[in-house]
Ligand binder design. Structure first.
Ligand SMILES: [Mg+2]
Length: 262
């Protein structure tokens, strides 16, 4: 089934203003790349605007893959834990990668193509959420992969003048704060709900309820911004929030123009 959706298209690494464009694309994942190719080739990127609340008061940001673009660090976060899992179980790193990959692939096939978080995957291998919280706090070193982002900083300061903001992440809060520090925005995004806040991973409802309660707004007044539809946006939309799918931080740079002039 094809569905018309509003996309914000911009040529990467130019100063040209983004333009809004209606495109007809399949309503499934990897749509950003499909829209990019439909829009005319590899130099484009696009954010997908599902819904902007009429009375927008607060923005819920995912962190990884949303507030920075680094496929290397996104990969490393998973792989650092998988390598650690291999070491404590006395198997090779490749064997561990294969076991985890196979489990996630099977789970997805049994759940209509949905994705499972790494934290929930590890519980199936006997690693509690508490343990994976400790792993992440000690193993992750975002400062080796990321650097301060002045453009993001400017955008968040602008958004912060009008909206309350919170980060909701499947990393524990100390690891998430390290990431925010590495990209130079930890003094702007001071509220973080992490894996250790509710001992639950997105897309668990508890996590979003904690965000809404912290923000002291109604779900209908919130906008969720993230790079994974299943993890960051599906439940928020179900709860009545707005949602924007981004393909990386370059899309977040355009967020003020989207939410302030919907
Ligand atoms: Mg993400």
């Amino acid at each position: 089934m094809l569905k018309k959706t509003l996309w914000i298209i911009q040529i990467r690494q130019t100063t040209r203003k983004p333009k809004q464009q209606w495109l007809t694309v399949p309503p499934k994942s990897n749509i950003n790349r499909q829209a990019a190719s439909i829009a005319g080739g590899g130099l484009f990127f696009a954010m997908k605007v599902y819904k902007i609340p009429e009375d927008l008061r607060a923005i819920v940001f995912d962190i990884d893959g949303t507030l920075y673009t680094s496929s290397l660090y996104v990969f490393e976060q998973v792989d650092a834990q998988v390598r650690h899992f291999a070491h404590i179980r006395g198997m090779s790193e490749d064997q561990a990668r294969e076991q985890i990959r196979h489990y996630r692939k099977t789970w997805s096939a049994q759940h209509g193509g949905r994705k499972i978080s790494l934290g929930n995957t590890l519980t199936a291998f006997g690693i509690s959420i508490q343990e994976s919280i400790e792993w992440r706090n000690t193993l992750l070193e975002p400062e080796r992969f990321l650097k301060p982002d002045p453009e993001l900083r400017k955008v968040l300061i602008e958004l912060g003048k009008k909206y309350k903001m919170v980060c909701v992440t499947n990393n524990p809060v100390p690891a998430a704060v390290k990431t925010l520090r590495a990209i130079g925005v930890e003094d702007i995004l001071t509220s973080v709900i992490g894996l250790d806040t509710c001992l639950a991973s997105k897309p668990n409802r508890k996590v979003l309820e904690a965000a809404v309660s912290l923000l002291n707004v109604q779900p209908e007044q919130c906008l969720s911004v993230g790079d994974r539809y299943d993890i960051d946006l599906a439940l928020p939309l179900e709860m009545g929030m707005g949602a924007v799918l981004v393909s990386g931080v370059e899309d977040v740079y355009n967020l003020p123009s989207v939410v302030m002039n919907p």
